[in-house]
Design a protein around this ligand. Structure first.
Ligand SMILES: Cc1cc2nc3c(=O)[nH]c(=O)nc-3n(C[C@H](O)[C@H](O)[C@H](O)COP(=O)(O)OP(=O)(O)OC[C@H]3O[C@@H](n4cnc5c(N)ncnc54)[C@H](O)[C@@H]3O)c2cc1C
Length: 807
């Protein structure tokens, strides 16, 4: 009987935990087990009474609310309150902002693959596609990026005018106000295409469409403000900028010293106008040197209580015309070699009327909340688009250059070392583009994915750093020598810019992704925090009681799932995917259960100190981020119709991500303060040691060939990048040379064989070809094709030089 009981208990425990069944089903399961045991086996009355007493003593406190609340919930509630780290108001607002989407599944330990695959696929409307093929192509053709970056230090007046006239600064403004009213997918596609031509142009276009006056007016402006400003922003009459950062307040923007005091003053010839007297000093502000409309963030004080009861209503946002008396627009900063307009601005005791506050008097003191709520839109679009544009340019040109450029008589793309770099360029581009489009789907679905926006901002800008460095290595001297023929140096120059704007990446990785994500996206933690911080203690206790035991069940379930998924190498999970991709879903499910378990255990053990253990928090964030990236790649492969040629790119993406996840888990556990627990957890997650290896040489070679050959996989990978209409431009010449090299490959192979057989290896390929014509190995047309290739190749490998006067 004992063996039956123990076995039954264990089976129910493991199965019900794995399936995450509710407590009532557990009670029913054990009730049936006890009933069957007492019916099947002869046992004494005492034994039966003991068994049923244990059953009642275990389940009654959990299932009877009165007993549960008083005996269990109350002490846990008190402990939780004590453990909760103190949170500033700005932190609270940041946590509450935005919505959760696929990130919630990634925190669940049991992501729903059907849900992922059923999210809509990215699409552009005909109108959006026409805009990209028309005005965007035209604007890109008009830009001479060498002149912009090294001669004029600005876009030409003609380009600025074209951009304004064609509403490039109003992609997010609805049509009713004269804007383009584009979807997030279209908006991102425009910025991405510009990034493959000129980062200066891309930044100039993306900023007015990102977090700034336009977006804030649409979300919070009064009707009067919208009616006045939105049409002016849409037709380019107003050039906006948004000033948050100041010398003392960078990453910690909320600590700004810029301030305003509510008072009465004179405005437009009228006396006693209610308004604000402002003093500020901002820097790093994009578009400020040419802006006509300054969006300003400052701390508001109201000592005479003219707008409310509060002495310090808090951060407030206002729109100020830059020609308003007292506004000082300073000189220009020089952001590396990417000369978009950026500079400081300041004002000293400048009086503005109250109706210049965005949203009017009702919105005073709500600036931080407004910024946090809108942050995810810009963060999901601008920098990811810029990053993926750079990666697409790197993929297209590095693959092509490696095919065209020859050393030691072969294309450099045939060397394993170069292939490793090309694979990383192509694989990361696939991963990055997948992550970009998935988060845009969320935006177009009406979500404001605050956590995912941080993930894509951080990982896409960081991955660009890897991709572009690899592209520089593949191009070697060709990438270093500046001039019109260098198409890669400009994206190299922009790398740290993308990383620094919108808060530098160290902060994003170490504090924001897991720090905010763990609370915001966790199925229970946010509600628990709300309940323990509830002013009415009783109401808080009741709310806490509703969720805390589900949370305990969730933790137990994740521990059991982690172990079962680990010992079965993921096979206990059988998703209905085809055989080519099923193992990836299984492994990601396995890592996801482990992640959910680690997240809870670390919060339980480290409590508030996790906030200061930034490196641990960062590694948990990495696990989450790579899970997002890998699932985005699976989603892309699925929505593009499981194209066989793309399978290697998918494999690379998921295997790379799984390896990064594994290393983050090890890094986390190796540095976890409670080492005895860490060792146990390691055995639970990886019972036989590490499960994943770095991408193999063979897979690297296969992936490199997707961009070394003129394939449909390459076309899909670089789709959306700009190709100049002028065939003499260097990127266009490279593309022609690449296609010519692919076409000439069989001819060259014939000639190399011929050269070996006739000991002609020391001759150049054209001389070998001349000797091959008389013996009819190649014909005249083939010779001409080869000649054309050599001519194009010479053009591609050439670099610019300058006279001393030029310098
Ligand atoms: C080209 C460019 C354009 C910009 N455009 C605008 C604009 O239009 N409007 C605007 O308002 N601002 C703009 N900014 C400002 C930008 O948002 C800030 O540069 C950014 O927030 C970082 O501030 P900081 O440069 O002063 O760095 P600091 O705050 O001095 O940070 C230095 C380093 O410390 C790290 N760090 C700080 N705190 C922590 C922490 N708690 N944990 C871990 N690491 C931490 C940071 O990640 C960073 O690596 C722009 C910046 C640049 C470079």
């Amino acid at each position: 009987m004992l063996i039956f009981l123990i076995t039954g208990t264990l089976i129910i425990f493991v199965a019900f935990s794995y399936l995450r069944l509710p407590l009532t089903i557990w009670a029913l399961g054990y009730f049936i087990l006890l009933l069957v045991t007492t019916l099947l086996f002869e046992s004494g009355m005492m034994t039966r009474i003991t068994l049923w007493t244990i059953y009642i003593l275990f389940f009654a406190p959990l299932l009877v609310p009165f007993i549960r609340r008083n005996c269990l919930t109350k002490p846990i509630f008190a402990f939780y309150k004590q453990q909760l780290p103190t949170m500033s108001l700005t932190e609270k607002i940041a946590l509450e902002a935005g919505t959760v989407w696929w990130d919630r599944d990634l925190f669940s330990g049991k992501p729903d693959w059907e849900k992922l695959l059923n999210y809509p696929s990215p699409v552009l409307t005909d109108e959006e596609q026409k805009f990209i093929d028309g005005p965007v192509q035209e604007a890109c053709n008009m830009i001479d990026d060498w002149k912009v970056t090294h001669r004029d230090y600005d876009l030409s007046a003609e380009v600025w005018d074209y951009l304004a006239r064609n509403h490039f600064f109003a992609m997010i403004i609805p049509k009713q106000y004269g804007g383009l009213g584009f979807s997030a997918q279209a908006h991102s596609a425009v910025v991405m295409k510009f990034a493959t031509r000129s980062v200066t142009a891309a930044v100039s276009v993306m900023v007015p469409n990102s977090l700034g006056p336009g977006m804030l007016l649409m979300e919070y402006g009064t009707e009067q403000q919208k009616e006045y400003y939105l049409p002016r922003l849409a037709d380019g009459t107003e050039i906006p900028c948004f000033a948050l950062t100041s010398p003392e307040a960078g990453s910690d923007a909320a600590s700004m010293a810029d301030h305003g005091v509510v008072c009465y003053g004179e405005h437009d010839g009228k006396k006693d106008v209610l308004g604000i007297r402002l003093t500020w000093n901002k820097r790093y502000i994009t578009l400020a040197p040419i802006a006509t409309l300054l969006g300003l963030a400052f701390k508001l004080y109201d000592p005479d209580h003219l707008v409310g009861d509060d002495d310090e209503p808090g951060i407030t946002l206002a729109l100020i015309p830059t020609n308003h008396p007292g506004v000082h627009i300073g000189n220009r900063h020089k952001p590396l070699n990417v000369p978009f307009q950026n500079g400081p601005n300041s004002g000293d005791n400048v009086f503005i009327p109250m109706d210049w506050v965005i949203g009017g008097r009702d919105r005073v003191g709500q600036g931080w909340r407004m910024l946090m709520e809108c942050l995810s839109d810009g963060r999901s679009i601008s920098l990811p688009a810029l990053s993926v544009g750079a990666a697409k340019l790197a993929s297209s040109t590095s693959g092509a250059y490696a095919r065209v450029r020859q050393q030691f008589n072969v294309s450099i793309g045939e060397f394993e070392g170069v292939q490793e770099r090309l694979a990383r360029i192509a694989g990361l581009t696939y991963l990055m583009d997948s992550a970009r489009t998935l988060v845009l789907t969320a935006l177009d679905e009406g979500e404001k994915p605050s956590l995912l926006s941080a993930v894509v901002k951080y990982h896409l800008t960081e991955s660009t750093r890897t991709v572009v460095n690899d592209a520089m290595d593949v191009h070697a001297g060709k990438g270093i020598m500046l001039g019109e023929r260098n198409y890669i140096a400009n994206i190299y120059d922009c790398l740290p810019i993308g990383i620094t704007v919108e808060g530098a990446n160290i902060l994003t990785r170490n504090m924001i992704i897991f720090g905010q994500g763990a609370i915001r996206c966790h199925p229970y933690v946010m509600d628990e925090i709300r309940s323990v911080t509830e002013e009415d203690n009783n109401a808080g206790l009741l709310a806490f009681d509703d969720i805390i035991f589900s949370h305990v069940g969730f933790v137990i379930s994740n521990i059991v799932r982690t172990f079962l998924l680990a010992v079965s190498n993921g096979h206990i999970h059988q998703p209905g995917m085809n055989r080519g991709t099923r193992k990836y879903y299984q492994q990601l499910m396995r890592m996801n259960a482990a992640y959910a378990m680690l997240a809870d255990i670390s919060m339980l053990i480290l409590g508030g100190s996790l906030k200061r253990k930034e490196n641990l928090s960062a590694r948990l964030g990495d696990i989450l981020s790579y899970s997002y990236l890998a699932t985005a790649a699976l989603k892309r492969f699925h929505e593009q119709g499981h194209k066989h040629e793309d399978l290697v790119l998918l494999k690379w993406s998921v295997e790379y991500s799984l390896y990064q996840i594994q290393e983050a888990v090890y890094g986390f556990l190796d540095n976890f303060p409670l080492q005895s627990l860490a060792i146990l957890l390691k055995r639970l997650i990886f019972p036989l040691g590490r499960s994943y290896s770095p991408v193999s040489d063979r897979l690297n070679s296969e992936v490199a060939h997707t961009i070394l050959s003129d394939s449909a996989a390459r076309d899909r990978l670089i789709a959306g990048m700009f190709m100049p209409d002028d065939a003499t431009e260097q990127v266009a010449v490279l593309e022609q040379a690449f296609k010519q090299a692919v076409m000439c490959t069989p001819i060259i192979e014939k000639l190399r064989r011929f050269a070996r057989e006739n000991k002609l290896q020391s001759k150049n390929i054209l001389d070998i070809a001349r000797e091959a014509i008389p013996v009819s190995l190649i014909n005249k047309q083939e010779f001409e094709q080869l000649e054309k290739l050599i001519e194009l190749r010479n053009n591609v490998i050439a670099v610019d030089d300058f006279s001393t006067d030029d310098f």
